[in-house]
Design a protein around this ligand. Structure first.
Ligand code: OMP
Length: 214
């Protein structure tokens, strides 16, 4: 496992963003772990999170002209990542949407830079891929081109069929998906570290039941 993925998961554990226990996911599955990106809720942790996104994006070599953050969590993620990319010498515009269209003032659902060129979506977790599909629709409706999706965690779970949401986006739309870390990285960490090894069996069992192989 590349070091920064391991570092990212440890950081998420420290921040209590990544937790073990019993959680019901959006798809109604009883999961032994949950990643709540909303708990990166202060300046220092958001700065560190943005550094991980920027690193994963730069390392992937993905080509893009701007960022798009779907409401609500993606708004902070896209703006923080844009700041970090600028600090690393790559200044790109960013945009985000409102969940409800505004009928006065500037109007519409899009805020920020006009959606144009190759747009990289920044989101938190992909499970069934609902949020990503909505972003793709907005980008295409604006006449821009989706460049890919950067996420914090790929849970590597089956959607309605045999593929995970990440695999579906890769296959159906031909788009790269860049996770900072995936369930595979988490399992490696749990196997490596005596402090967390008690969680390995339940997480592995969950993967056997709902996961995809790669
Ligand atoms: P999709 O939009 O269907 O891909 O689901 C992503 C959403 O799942 C996230 O935006 C969260 O609401 C939720 N989620 C997490 O944030 N963390 C998890 O570990 C698991 C889920 C989930 O419910 O599957």
């Amino acid at each position: 496992m590349s070091d920064f993925r391991q570092d990212f998961l440890r950081f998420a554990l420290e921040q209590d963003v990544l937790r073990f226990g019993e959680f019901v996911t959006k798809a109604g599955r009883l999961s032994p772990y949950f990643f709540n990106a909303g708990l990166f809720n202060d300046g220092a942790s958001t700065l560190a999170l943005a550094r991980f996104y920027a690193q994963a994006i730069i390392e992937s070599g993905i080509e893009f002209d701007m960022l798009f953050g779907p409401a609500y969590k993606g708004i902070v993620l896209a703006s923080a990542t844009a700041m970090m990319l600028a600090e690393r010498g790559r200044n790109v515009p960013f945009a985000y949407n409102r969940k409800e269209a505004k009928d006065h003032g500037e109007g519409g659902t899009l805020v920020g830079a006009p959606l144009a060129g190759r747009v990289l979506i920044i989101d938190d977790v992909m499970s069934a891929g609902t949020s990503v599909r909505e972003s793709l629709r907005l980008i295409e409706a604006a006449g821009a081109v989706p460049a890919g999706v950067a996420i914090a965690l790929d849970r590597m779970e089956k959607g309605t069929g045999e593929l995970s949401a990440v695999q579906e986006v890769r296959q159906q739309y031909g788009l790269p998906v860049v996770p900072i870390a995936s369930l595979r990285d988490l399992l490696a960490l749990l196997a490596d570290d005596a402090q967390f090894r008690q969680h390995l069996a339940p997480v592995q069992a969950y993967r056997d039941r709902y996961g995809v192989s790669d």
